[in-house]
Design a protein around this ligand. Structure first.
Ligand SMILES: *[C@@H]1O[C@H](CO)[C@@H](O)[C@H](O)[C@H]1NC(C)=O
Ligand SMILES: *[C@@H]1O[C@H](CO)[C@@H](O)[C@H](O)[C@H]1NC(C)=O
Ligand SMILES: *[C@@H]1O[C@H](CO)[C@@H](O)[C@H](O)[C@H]1NC(C)=O
Ligand SMILES: *[C@@H]1O[C@H](CO)[C@@H](O)[C@H](O)[C@H]1NC(C)=O
Length: 483
């Protein structure tokens, strides 16, 4: 158990390392072992199916605990606005995953092995059903309610009931059920758990309130709306070349062979995808039902889990991350949208006006967050992730389980600072990822003057037009015609 934590500490990205240091004292006072015991070793390798508690383990003890306060900008600076992009909470498997699981389960049911593990798997209740199709689970609602409570606790001057009632908070969401439900749960956690507002009378008709989620897929599911991405990456059979190569490579073969033996299922009946769904089932049982010792987990040891994690990360890297430029460029709109909010707030503040939208909450997917983070140059490794590089995996920055677990959240905080002698530095920005300060990639500092940040990202703010980026046909030509 201790070695698992050690690996985590050594390999976690910087922000997570800082967090771990900051909670160590809490843990040793409150019983380090009890915290770790609740987190099975494999749970650190679930990639995008990782529980939020894995990146902030103290939340297992107390889901409403806030540890950050002291390193946010103090005294002379006041938060003016937060703009956030939040991944939905814990969810059911998708229909596609459930169908693969049914197939895998079917193979196990037919196995003639009389081993303890096979018997346990055979008597395991296959409770996943097609209707669940990726919807938010109860735990996912809790993820969002608790996150709302903690963010509000972190920025009490922004999350006031006055601002809530006066429609100064905006809630945008992807159209997917799990995101709409996440948004509603977040609003509910804010209104009832944090602000302690009375629940609306059931008899009253539920009018469209200003705190209702607004669906905007152009913004939150930009990847669906980018033709170039769809053609060159999403629907392109050869784009996932490195992933396919890894699936056929020695590491995955070894795991496949081992599981084939464990289950007495011929290797040719199994595939990397089926092995992966078995691993995901281990993760779902933990994340959804809090079952830590599911028989599905016993198919894998820690070494196997690392292989499964790399399989997931390779896919995220090539489909959502640095693999292809269009993956990240397609998120330019969202990036610019965030900066428009910050710009507006700065203008309003300069004119001594009230900030019209001090709280901007946007709910989407891991597929929304990863391209955005990569667009900004975060978690970038010097070399691309390749099928051959499994051995380097644990040293890599791009590990989706550390970056985008369920309920992961990227928060921009805009501050107004009172430095009479240096008016240029009045407006400053901090970023939080999963409630931990995220250093800016260009400076490695955790705070940046707003105008400097805009200069740093000038190429994205002024020279990235999604319409052109996502167009398949040659746009240079068109603009020449227009001249
Ligand atoms: C979605 O947001 C973008 C950016 O703010 C905006 O231009 C667009 O009109 C919005 N779409 C809908 C359907 O509200
Ligand atoms: C598919 O991906 C490969 C590898 O990146 C690329 O060479 C090819 O041009 C892509 N095909 C299309 C239709 O974009
Ligand atoms: C990945 O492997 C290739 C070939 O084996 C090697 O050239 C490259 O340097 C490796 N990349 C990393 C990040 O280690
Ligand atoms: C676009 O068209 C111009 C002129 O026809 C050509 O020189 C250029 O290579 C084309 N660019 C792309 C990306 O196809």
């Amino acid at each position: 158990m201790r070695s698992a934590l050690y690996t985590y500490r050594k390999c976690a990205p910087k922000a997570a390392q800082i967090l771990l240091l900051s909670v160590t004292c809490f843990c040793s006072a409150g019983g380090l072992d009890s915290v770790i015991n609740k987190s099975p070793k494999l749970a650190l390798y679930f990639g995008t199916k990782t529980r939020y508690e894995e990146v902030n383990p103290f939340l297992m003890e107390n889901p409403l605990m806030v540890t950050r306060k002291r390193d946010l900008l103090p005294n002379t600076c006041t938060p003016l606005q937060i703009v956030s992009v939040i991944r939905h909470g814990t969810r059911y498997p998708t229909k596609k995953q459930i169908q693969k699981l049914k197939k895998m389960y079917g193979l196990i049911e037919e196995s003639a092995s009389s081993s303890e593990l096979v018997k346990e798997l055979q008597s395991w209740n296959m409770w996943y059903d097609d209707w669940m199709d990726g919807q938010l689970v109860k735990k996912g609602e809790e993820d969002m309610k608790n996150l709302a409570y903690r963010l509000a606790t972190l920025f009490p001057s922004l999350f006031t009931s006055d601002k809530f009632h006066k429609c100064k908070m905006s809630f945008t969401t992807s159209s997917k059920h799990r995101c709409v439900d996440s948004t509603k749960a977040f609003i509910s956690g804010l209104a009832h758990t944090y602000l302690k507002l009375p629940r609306p009378n059931e008899d009253e008709p539920e009018g469209v309130s200003c705190t209702s989620p607004v669906v905007n897929d152009t913004l939150m599911r930009f990847f669906d709306h980018c033709e170039k991405f769809v053609v060159q990456v999403e629907d392109n059979d050869t784009a996932m070349h490195e992933l396919d190569k890894f699936k056929e490579g020695p590491e995955v073969r070894r795991v496949l062979h081992k599981i084939s033996t464990l289950l007495s299922i011929p290797e040719k009946e199994l595939s990397a995808d089926l092995i992966q769904v078995a691993f995901f089932t281990c993760s779902f049982e933990l994340a959804i039902n809090n079952v830590a010792n599911s028989p599905w987990c016993r198919l894998f040891d820690e070494e196997d889990a690392k292989v499964m994690e790399y399989l997931n990360d390779l896919k995220q890297y090539w489909k959502r991350g640095y693999g292809f430029d269009i993956n990240t460029r397609s998120s330019c709109n969202l990036f610019q949208h965030i900066f428009q909010h910050l710009d507006n707030a700065v203008s309003e503040s300069r004119r001594s006006q009230q900030i019209s939208t001090p709280v901007v909450m946007q709910f989407g997917h891991a597929e929304t967050l990863l391209p955005l983070l990569a667009l900004m140059g975060l978690f970038k490794d010097e070399k691309p992730l390749l099928a051959d590089n499994f051995s380097k995996h644990l040293e890599q920055r791009f590990r989706s389980g550390r970056i985008v677990p369920y309920a992961s959240n990227l928060v921009f905080v805009l501050y107004h600072c009172d430095f009479a002698e240096s008016p240029r530095e009045e407006y400053q920005v901090q970023m939080l990822l999963n409630e931990n300060l995220l250093p800016f990639p260009h400076s490695q500092q955790s705070v940046c003057v707003f105008e400097d940040l805009k200069k740093q990202y000038n190429h994205l703010l002024n020279r990235c037009h999604v319409k052109d980026e996502c167009q398949l046909t040659n746009v240079t030509h068109t603009s020449e015609d227009e001249l």
